[in-house]
Design a protein around this ligand. Sequence first.
Ligand SMILES: [Zn+2]
Length: 387
Amino acid sequence: MIDLGQIKLLEDCVKFTRRLIQTKSMPREEAELAGLIAQEMRYLEFDQVWIDEIGNVSGRIFGRERMLGALVLNSHLDHVDPGDLRLWSAPPYAAMIEGDDILGRGACDIKGPLAVQIYSMAGLLRMGDRPRRDVVFTGVIEEEIGGRGAIYWTENLDYPVELIVLGEPSSNQLSLGHRGILQTWITFPGRSVHASVPQNGTNPNYSMATFLERLDQMKGELKEHPILGPTTVAPTIIKVDTASLNVTPAWTKVLLDFRTGTESSNSLQAFIKRVAGDLEYSLSDAWSSEEEAPLPHSDDIIYGYYTAPDKAVVGTVRKLIERGMGSQTSLSSYNFATDGRHFIPCGADIVGYSAGEEKYAHTVDERISISMMADSLRGHIQLLRDF
Ligand SMILES: [Zn+2]
């Protein structure tokens, strides 16, 4: 078993995690954090450290077999807003330690796992060892608001990559993917009148109510993926055309958020048609900048990313991290979406492996377990050394 105490790795990793949490880095405000990470990687004597044109930070340590494609450890630099500060038991940027946990915004998503990635690289160097292949840490901007950093990184990649490990919270399990997202507005037309004579108009709120009730009854018809889980649908925002209190709307629309590993744009549009039945409606693409852009037609399954469990790489990675941690782990998937979906064009295999726990991501009193970080450091070190 790798002895972290001998190389003072866990202690330094926890200290670094606390400094990361103490450096607020909301989307589009990641520059200070990128600078801190670059400085740390230089201090830890990484072979190369650089920040690209849009603010992604990277650090590389050379492998023993440099001709092999690199192993990339990826995290994002930003985090979500802490929300109402009064709900927190400790200030979200104080990075207090409470028992076995480090508390704070970004602790599990993703600053604790990010620190584990960097310190596992440093750990090998401290042991006087080298990874088998080049290992590159990449910290990318704006994951929480669409993934501009990851998209740019992928488009500008100029070295071969074999495997990308995501630091998104996976409870030290091996996460093989997540469902894709389709978001569409569904608009119900009506005829607007003064609210004192509703009988003279057609109120689209009733159509929407009927639709949502049917949706709730029929959502079980959507298929389930064996690893990525069931297809879900959630109506989120509701809008009407009018801001007046005494006018019935000319239209009402509701945003439908689908998550799926089995459906395509076409099959979901067919599902909506079955649910709507006799109701009049139109669909528009929630991701288009145009007001009423139609949903694209495609029979392609909407994945996030997906690495099949019977792929050889899954067995190899699993064996190595289990050997490093000294315990069994299992295969899982994420409920949320990650930058993994933007890395697909690289052609590399993608897995998630992180000490963070999904149940704490984006929550009040977000936290990460220090003992799980220790296990994860050992798992990562073994993976880096032998993959
Ligand atoms: Zn995250």
